[in-house]
Design a protein around this ligand. Structure first.
Ligand code: ACO
Length: 313
């Protein structure tokens, strides 16, 4: 038995912050940001919160799946930027959307958070404990960023994405999962709790980690699925930096046509990046029934993961 995604939804805050605007805030340029990262603009939450964005994304995912909030057994919300620690964001989403019987909790694995939450839903549903889950990634990173640090403030954006998962139809669903953590290198990407240090990053170290670990992890997941890299139709990767995506593509010998990119418009949204990309890629008709898809994320912790699935809808 395995699980498949039967509904997807996402939301981006309305406020757009361009590179030009950042030029007025720190010593940087549109050209530098585009060349080094691929990012042109990102969304900033303003009044929106991790919870309000997540609730909207969940409602859209439920609508897409043709389900009601009352049907939901489990809500797993991945975030590293909650405005409140208690109650957890997932419980707040439960009350906003009216998912009366859902069991709800948050999970923090930074940019791997959505993938780790999806893997957790997979394990729960396979165990028979629950029949379905809403898996959400939601971030308001703009509130954690040091807006005077040009090395980090240019990278991040706000948004949320959600999927509804349930037992897969024959011939569809998750085929393999690989996860990893390396706490020994944790200091290269850190952020304090409320009122503490803003996001600090040794960009070059994270870059090296991502370009080495992610291809290895994807190869392992594809191998465990009994497939070869050439048989994968799409690679939906964490959107941190265009150069990282290009380097991963090169190492895996995968053409960029198979690696969708939206970071130019949304920046790095940590745990929200993969579900938002999935939603956008699906909505523009790029994902077709029966296609083999890899999802892969990496981030603070350090954490990383990949999963291989057959798209069933
Ligand atoms: N504008 C202009 N110049 C800048 C900027 C900026 N915004 N930022 C840094 N620079 C300068 C540096 O000071 C340095 O100047 P120097 O040579 O005089 O010292 C020069 O540009 C080069 O800096 P590098 O840090 O070497 O630039 P690099 O090419 O490595 O790009 C970047 C930096 C974009 C951060 C890159 O290393 C990167 O993308 N790293 C990975 C980040 C990532 O993937 N994070 C994901 C995880 S996030 C999470 O988990 C929450």
């Amino acid at each position: 038995m395995t699980i498949e995604i039967t509904g997807v939804g996402s939301v981006l805050p309305g406020r757009v912050m361009t590179n030009r605007e950042l030029e007025g805030m720190v010593d940087t340029s549109d050209e530098w940001i585009r060349e080094r990262t691929g990012i042109r603009e990102r969304r900033i939450a303003g009044e929106d919160t991790v919870v309000s964005l997540a609730a909207k994304a969940c409602e859209r995912a439920l609508e897409d799946a043709g389900k009601k909030a009352a049907d939901v057994d489990l809500i797993l919300l991945a975030t590293c930027s909650p405005e409140m620690l208690l109650p957890c964001c997932a419980c707040q989403v439960q009350s906003l959307i009216g998912a009366e019987k859902a069991v709800c909790f948050d999970l923090n694995a930074a940019c791997s958070g959505f993938l780790f939450a999806l893997d957790t839903a997979y394990a729960y549903i396979r165990s028979g404990l629950y029949r379905n889950a809403l898996v959400v990634g939601s971030e308001v990173l703009s509130k954690l960023v040091d807006w005077s640090d040009r090395g980090t403030c240019i990278l991040f954006g706000d948004g949320a994405g959600a999927v509804f998962v349930e037992e897969a139809q024959p011939g569809a669903g998750i085929l393999s999962i690989v996860q990893g953590s390396n706490g020994f290198q944790g200091s290269v990407l850190s952020c304090g709790a409320k009122g503490g240090e803003p996001i600090r990053m040794e960009g070059k170290e994270v870059y090296r980690f991502a370009t080495r670990q992610v291809p290895e992890c994807i190869e392992e997941a594809v191998h465990r699925a009994g497939l070869s890299l050439g048989e994968i139709d799409l690679f939906l990767l964490h959107q941190a930096n265009l150069r990282i995506l290009e380097s991963i593509g090169k190492r895996l010998k995968v053409p960029m046509e198979k690696i969708p990119v939206n970071l130019d418009r949304v920046g790095n949204m940590s745990s929200a990046a993969i579900p938002v990309l999935l939603d956008e890629t699906q909505k523009c008709g790029k994902i077709k029934k029966g296609q083999r898809i890899v999802l892969s994320g990496f981030g603070a912790g350090l954490t990383y993961g990949a999963c291989v699935m057959i798209w069933g809808r």
